[in-house]
Design a protein around this ligand. Structure first.
Ligand SMILES: Nc1ncnc2c1ncn2[C@@H]1O[C@H](COP(=O)(O)OP(=O)(O)OP(=O)(O)O)[C@@H](O)[C@H]1O
Length: 261
């Protein structure tokens, strides 16, 4: 089996918080180009799973590999650097830095991996253009609409061309129109090869954006829908540790500023 093609490989992952069994033997593989939705009732372990994959928390037992790298073999510093370089994250409430203008929020993600400020700002400007928010570069998060904030967060997540984009309820705080636009954006990104893992309560989001749905219940995978290990015949992972596809030139298909909120 060609393990290089798997961006995520979880092997029998358990996570206990004291007496609470948050994950109870989850095995999951996500291939390059896949769009996988993780669903399930509140408390079933979705966020815990996301945190394991992002290296924000460690399993009690079991293995987590992302982009061919064993996260369990990394110390905290290595893990933080790995996360910055190879994993993009978007959250329900955007998690932008309120004191920084929109463009700087995105540029910072590249600067933190050692990219010079000028280059980081150029990359951020390119992404803002592609995401239809070029006119909002200097705006502070407080004056942006929810949809615009999520686009800034998407730009930030894509800055380092991550192998994996993780989304935690990405439309949960948006009105239906902005939510639709963010969904379209995620679909566009996946269509150009971006591997996605989305945690959501929203069956509509899962149905539209994901080729595969994994349902958790009490910390276990209880059902899977769609094609297991579907994957697009996209660029995949060149080598472990190398960046993912990100946004190729000249930008997102069918993306136009009119679609911004
Ligand atoms: N840091 C923690 N300390 C103690 N218990 C925790 C911690 N994180 C999660 N849990 C527990 O683990 C279980 C799974 O929680 P998790 O947040 O992963 O569920 P979830 O499916 O994401 O829920 P929701 O949909 O409500 O966000 C729950 O019982 C939760 O209370």
């Amino acid at each position: 089996m060609n393990t290089q093609r798997h961006v995520v490989r979880l092997g029998d992952v358990h996570k206990e918080y004291g007496a609470t069994r948050a994950l109870d033997g989850v095995s999951l593989r996500v291939r390059a180009g896949d769009a996988v939705a993780v669903m399930g009732p509140s408390g079933c372990g979705k966020s815990t799973l996301l945190n394991m994959i992002a290296g924000l928390d460690r399993p009690t037992r079991g293995t987590v590999e992302v982009a061919g790298q064993d996260l369990g073999a990394m110390n905290e510093t290595e893990l933080a650097l790995f996360r910055r370089r190879h994993i993009g994250m978007i959250f329900q409430f955007f998690n932008l830095i309120e004191d920084l203008p929109a463009l700087d929020n995105a540029a910072l993600a590249a600067q933190l991996t050692g990219t010079p400020a000028r280059q980081a700002r150029d990359r951020a400007a390119e992404l803002f253009e592609e995401l239809g928010i070029a006119g909002r570069k200097d705006a502070y998060p407080a004056v942006l609409s929810g949809g615009e904030r999520q686009r800034v967060a998407v730009a930030r997540a894509l800055m380092n061309r991550p192998a994996l984009l993780l989304a935690d309820e990405p439309t949960g705080a948006l009105d239906s129109r902005s939510g639709e636009q963010v969904m379209d954006l995620l679909i566009d990104l996946n269509q150009i090869g971006q591997t996605l893992l989305i945690v959501t309560h929203d069956p509509g989001l899962a149905a539209r954006c994901a080729s595969r749905t994994v349902e958790l219940g009490d910390g276990r995978v209880v059902a899977e829908h769609g094609l297991p290990e579907h994957g697009l015949p996209g660029p995949g992972l060149p080598e472990p540790g190398l960046p993912g596809p990100g946004l190729p030139e000249p930008g997102l298909p069918e993306q136009s500023p009119e679609r911004a909120s």
